[in-house]
Design a protein. Sequence first.
Length: 428
Amino acid sequence: MTTEAVADPLEGVAHVPGVPKPDPVIIADGVLRHFGGLIAVDVEHLEIQRGVITALIGPNGAGKTTFFNLLTGFDHAQAGTRVYNGRELDRRYEIPQWDQAKSTVIGLLGSLIGFMLGAFILARADDQSDPSLTYLVTGFVVAVGVFLYVRNKPGGPQSLAVYGTSTALGTALGTLFAVLVSPTSNWFSTTMAVGWLIGGGLGIGFWRWATGPLPSYEIAQLGMVRTFQLTKVLARLTVLNNMRLGAQNQRGERFLSALFQTWKTQEKEITAKADVLLDRFLLSKMRDEFAGTLSGGQRKLLEMAGVLMTDPEVVMLDEPMAGVNPALTQSLLEHVIELPADGTTVVFVEHNMDVVREISDWVVMMAEGRIIAEGPPSVIGQDQRVIDAYLGAHHDETLEELDKTELAEEVDQDLDEQEEMAEEVEDE
């Protein structure tokens, strides 16, 4: 457990799933991830308190690692929002959302301008051309707009507005380019058409990029860094070079700085920081050895030390004790316990309940993708829902004691719930 001063923020917090925290650093709301008809994660609401150690527990297949992947950007949810330090991770930029009526009107007007100029382009290209070609192209563009509208519910009007304004802007740019380049040439109309198509495509692409979720590396740069169940060290690099890779904003990664070698002073600072961490994690003797020569436990230590090279605010550890020699387990535990003292929030997945009770301030229980319980370790260990999730609802009864009718009703109820969830997924 962390110190009493650090644990104080959680005093008085109710022991119920989704309970608000005094100072949450991470907020997940309505996060849904399914694979076909299988719902892997369905988190209605979860807040992670800043500056404490939170354990995420649950039986195999509960969705813990998938939820980690969603929070850190290694996977994307079909629905829901993730907020880190007050910033929404599902949008690169905070672009104001128009109401549906305004979006639809703007989209229709912009598309209409684009359609009219498109028809003009085709008519000007060949005065004798069959007008059905104009109708065909216009119908195709309308079909694309309708597709975007329907495909992106409830954001359809916004997509239609973007499509309409982008095609209009692209047409205007194409016209300007055509006037400047070839005002009397037969290529005038072709230039306009190309500008129309490119403008529309770039507009839609830019919008999807600007309003899309942040990738994992940008989330890591913000300060939320994770480790993996299987260690991700570069075996053919030395331990020291593995550590150096974790440093942020290295000048040597930019072309001009690398060309004029302005990075040498910074590299000395990075190396000194790496040496301090290697000494802290008892890896100084392996400093110049290849990472591939380390044992499984030493690789776990190296991975955690590498995470600290990024100066993270939130460290997310996925089963940090898995496969670690018992002789190194205590060393790992001590390092995890020390992190909140440096202002670092820790979230970790773990199956070893002794470890959970020893180092965690708060425990979140997942089962079948949902959060079913929250609270301090002493409370969670006695929660009947947690016991049932791990051992089964009838783990303390013999076969003779079971009410077969009641058991059959429970099975039918579970099947009905699974069918309803599958239907909801198909509807979405």
